[in-house]
Design a binder for this molecule. Sequence first.
Ligand SMILES: [Zn+2]
Length: 234
Amino acid sequence: MPARKNIRTSNQDFEDMHSLAIIKVRVQHGMCHEELSVHRSILCQTSGYMKERLKSSTVKETSIRVSYPHNFGLYVNWLYTGLLCTIDESLVGYDNEYDELIESYILGIKLKDSTFCNAVISAIFEKVEDEEYGGLPRDEDLDLAFTPKPGISEDNLSPMRDALVEVFARAPDSHKVDMVIKQKRLNRDFVRDLVKRLLELRNSSELSVCDFHLHDDGKDCSQEEPARKRRRQD
Ligand SMILES: [Zn+2]
């Protein structure tokens, strides 16, 4: 029988003080900045950008330039909880959830965090199906997604753009699609990709959200687990 272990555990479980350290992140936007304190180990969990910047244990502060500091807050919350707090339950006025998701994806590229980008992709597909807080993206959301972003390659943006095209291509309610298509100005690159995809789908196939994720070779998809399972206990 294995010895009972109540207090002792494997030395593999040792989390040294270095990884528990708090890092001050200066979130810069325009001429302003905000400061957020985040655990080093959490910050470096999935972000290649942070891993590079915090390589040395003597570094206690770092910075990132963002378009919207709110999205960095969403990111940090996701790091700790595995959840994206983007649903506006008040339903008062404009639903800007797609806007937030698209900006979050762009932030994920900056942070070199493919796990976060995958979570955003899954959230896009989840929103479309959401009976209460769902629906299709609007033309301004598509414009935001398809407009080139300085410093970000088109290749990096394409999984998010393809996901938006896919939700339209597979939309069951043709009336809703019709409404969007009739809107004054629909992004031309989006229309081109949508037509291309509709032609491909003529031999219809099942939707696999994973086709729009980035997976490390041979690794299982982290999105397969429910988000709450990923929630940290501490
Ligand atoms: Zn996947």
